[in-house]
Ligand binder design. Structure first.
Ligand code: FAD
Ligand code: NAI
Length: 471
């Protein structure tokens, strides 16, 4: 083999973490290569995660709304039919447009894109099994691991991505299942459950805990969105565990019982979605060859500057600590490259927003009430319902509220929790407020355009230190 050129930075994984780091490194003038084995850039998020799921969420919402919520708006429509093939094509178009866009950005920023699977040969050398056959070797002064995550399998239920699916299969079903069981009432379960419920499936969500929403969601908000989703037709079995599954027959049979033990029953479904969380993906990477460790959850261990115990090897994104979110991966990518080129970087882990793209959306940033109680923090609460917001009223979309949690003494904002139309956009203001250490009074005394949904944000802040005007 020819001796490999040494790069300043070799990145393994071309997901959000890896591709953003590659572009940033290119911008900083580093010689950089990014190895990706999937055949396209963008990782889970662009190919099978954030982007395809949001395409299906938006289009299924429009379909559902045309069926159920246009007559009262003065719009009479004829027969409404679902064209699932076209809906999937629209999704694929969004995905391919975005993934190709990253290839373009790689070229623009002088990033070498190596198509293949990388594995450590030694602490500075990565061997690549090339997608088009053969292999090659790339050496790096620095190496960044950004290999992401995969769905955690449910023991005893074999995934075929047709009848028993993870989110990978759930974004690509070729017909609407009559009955769908979702194991896990976290973000994936509720988003993908919403899609298929809107398209006509009878969806039952089985959740081990006593609340839906997964980790981080405020308990009051979780109860509220559960009520709303139930009204939309989804069924929920909380405090319930799945004990067994059988997909050998025509459909799938799932045995469930009360989480604390109790009466068992068997549920039938055409499709079962396993959405019980995701785990870091480091398979085939050869971590053991260079002596790198993972913790009990499979996360590669790093310090606060993303360094492993081999200081020139860093790790970011889903395969290490922190929430498994695309924008978290993106922040880390920029910071990791800055640590390399400038010796400083910055990610504020207390101000990473989370959004669930159901309708209404749920979004939050900072701490929730359960956490504040647990920590014994003295806090005050303010809230404002969208039923009292003029824009929500004109939109005939008034479900939900904005809720502020602030320090009882200093009024500093500790958390913002929103359930409502466009919550995912609105939370950006909460994130900025938190990042700048704002008080609820800072927000309440800031002018917000009328009539906008964001006035509910302002009035919720006002209600925390004084009183809202319109409620
Ligand atoms: P990944 O995106 O998983 O990328 C890692 C890449 O590395 C992969 O492409 C993989 O092929 C490649 N790779 C792995 N090993 C090797 C190797 N040895 N050699 C070469 N390449 C390798 N997050 C949000 O913030 N908002 C959302 O709306 C959202 N929606 C989601 C919906 C779904 C259905 C799912 C599953 C996830 C969603 N997420 C969302 C989470 C988001 O997708 C992840 O947090 C994000 O993709 C993490 O980026 P990453 O680069 O760390 O990992
Ligand atoms: P999750 O951690 O959000 O939720 C998993 C749920 O499954 C939890 O409520 C858990 O209690 C439950 N569960 C676990 N084991 C169970 C069992 N045996 N039986 C019944 N319930 C069980 O994980 P999810 O939904 O799989 O998503 C993974 C990650 O992907 C998310 O945490 C998030 O980081 C990311 N994601 C983000 C999205 C967004 O930002 N909009 C969208 C989709 C995914």
């Amino acid at each position: 083999a020819t001796p490999a050129e040494e790069k300043d930075l070799v990145i393994i994984g071309g997901g959000v973490a890896g591709y953003v780091a590659a572009i940033k490194a290119g911008q900083e003038g580093l010689k950089v290569a990014c190895i990706e084995k999937r055949g396209s850039l963008g990782g889970t998020c662009l190919n099978v995660g954030c982007i395809p799921s949001k395409s299906l969420l938006e289009n299924s919402r429009i379909y559902h709304q045309i069926q159920h919520d246009v007559k009262n708006r003065g719009i009479d429509v004829g027969d409404v039919k679902l064209n699932l093939t076209q809906m999937m094509k629209a999704k694929d178009t969004s995905v391919s447009g975005l993934t190709k866009g990253i290839e373009f950005l790689f070229k623009k920023n002088n990033v070498e894109y190596i198509k293949g699977a990388g594995r450590f040969e030694d602490q500075n050398t990565v061997a690549v099994d090339l997608t088009d056959g053969g292999n090659s070797v790339v050496r790096g002064k620095n190496i960044l691991i950004a290999t992401g995550s995969e769905a955690t399998p449910f023991p005893g239920l074999e995934i075929d991505e047709k009848k028993v699916v993870t989110s990978n299969g759930a974004i690509a079903l070729t017909e609407v299942p009559k009955k769908m069981i979702v194991i896990g009432g976290g973000i994936i379960g509720l988003e993908m459950g919403s899609v298929w419920s809107r398209l006509g499936s009878e969806v039952t969500v089985v959740e081990f805990l006593g609340a839906i929403g997964g980790p981080g969601m405020d308990a009051e908000i979780a109860k509220s969105i559960q009520k709303t989703l139930a009204k939309q037709g989804m069924k929920f079995m909380l405090n319930t565990k799945v004990t067994n599954g059988d997909a050998s027959g025509e459909g799938v049979k799932i045995d469930v019982e009360a989480a604390k033990g109790g009466k068992a029953q068997t549920l039938d479904a055409d499709v079962v979605l396993c959405a019980i969380g995701r785990r870091p993906y480091t398979q085939g990477l050869g971590l053991d060859k260079i002596g790198l460790e993972t913790d009990s959850k499979g996360r590669i261990v790093i310090d606060s500057e993303y360094r492993t115990k081999i200081p020139h090897i860093r790790v970011i994104g889903d395969c290490t600590f922190g929430p498994m979110l695309a924008h978290k991966a993106e922040e880390e990518a920029v910071a990791a490259v800055e640590y390399l080129t400038k010796s400083y970087g910055h990610v504020n882990y207390n101000a990473i927003p989370a959004v669930m793209y159901t309708h209404p959306e749920v979004a939050w940033v900072g701490q929730n009430e359960q956490e504040l109680k647990e920590e014994g923090v003295k806090y005050k609460v303010g809230s404002f319902p969208f039923t009292a917001n003029s824009r929500a009223k004109t939109n005939l979309d008034t479900e939900g509220m904005v809720k502020f949690l602030a320090d009882a003494e200093t009024d500093r904002i500790l958390g913002v929790h929103i359930i409502g139309p466009n919550a995912g956009e609105m939370i950006a203001e909460g994130t900025l407020a938190l990042e700048y250490g704002a008080s609820t009074e800072d927000v309440g005394r800031t002018s917000h355009a009328h009539p906008t949904l964001s006035e509910a944000f302002k009035e919720a802040a006002m209600s925390t230190y004084a009183k809202a005007i319109h409620y």
